[in-house]
Design a binder for this molecule. Structure first.
Ligand SMILES: CC(C)(COP(=O)(O)OP(=O)(O)OC[C@H]1O[C@@H](n2cnc3c(N)ncnc32)[C@H](O)[C@@H]1OP(=O)(O)O)[C@@H](O)C(=O)NCCC(=O)NCCS
Length: 178
């Protein structure tokens, strides 16, 4: 699903807009770095592996994936992405996911943007529950979610493959009325 009216980013100098195919080179430029994907389940061999996700953005189905580009206001360049997958229209739930280029880590950007986008999704999409699954070694992302008032709900054992081996994921969630 395409997002026509993105929210404010919550961070000065950064904006949000629909992620486009033209963003692929900048997105893949950091997703190809081992340090960026180490604590995630990304397993990309080339930029083309990201293309199927764009079919979801082109879809009108209420369960389709959504993703925003986080862009620098001055240069207009993509510096990160944030969005929702595993959307259930029936249950009004979704899973949030995000990533940033490493030059932008440690500045509070993910916390600010995750908070703004989570709040916005409750009204924009009518979600009543947004969850996040975080590889148990990803302490930075777990901290982001805690700062955004997501609650820890448990450990999902062998939940997703991490480049060929099963990984344990922490489950976090925030409800619209939390
Ligand atoms: C995880 C990620 C999004 C964090 O982005 P960020 O903008 O650097 O996060 P913030 O600056 O908002 O930091 C939030 C908190 O996490 C802490 N933190 C950030 N990275 C950390 C790390 N590697 N280890 C421990 N704590 C970390 C910060 O200190 C901060 O806590 P504090 O305010 O109590 O000091 C970013 O590192 C990233 O894109 N990583 C690769 C992709 C990824 O892991 N995505 C999430 C998949 S679930």
């Amino acid at each position: 699903m395409k997002i026509q009216n993105a929210p404010q980013s919550g961070y000065p100098g950064l904006s949000l807009r629909q992620l486009e195919r033209s963003d692929l080179p900048l997105w893949y430029a950091y997703l190809r770095k081992p340090d960026v994907v180490r604590h995630t389940s990304w397993n990309l061999q080339s930029e083309n592996d990201l293309l199927p996700m764009f079919d979801g953005f082109d879809s009108e189905l209420p369960s389709s994936t959504r993703r925003l580009a986080i862009v620098n206001d001055i240069a207009g360049d993509l510096i990160g992405t944030i969005g929702f997958h595993t959307v259930s229209d029936v249950n009004r739930t979704a899973e949030i996911a995000y990533d940033l280029a490493p030059e932008y880590w440690g500045k509070g950007i993910a916390s600010a943007v995750c908070s703004a986008v989570t709040e916005w999704s409750f009204s924009a999409f009518g979600f009543i529950r947004v969850q996040a699954t975080v590889l148990e070694t990803n302490s930075g992302s777990a901290r982001v979610l805690q700062k955004c008032r997501y609650r820890h709900e448990g450990l999902l054992r062998s939940y997703r493959m991490i480049r060929g081996a099963p990984g344990n994921f922490q489950l976090y969630a925030r409800l619209s009325d939390d």
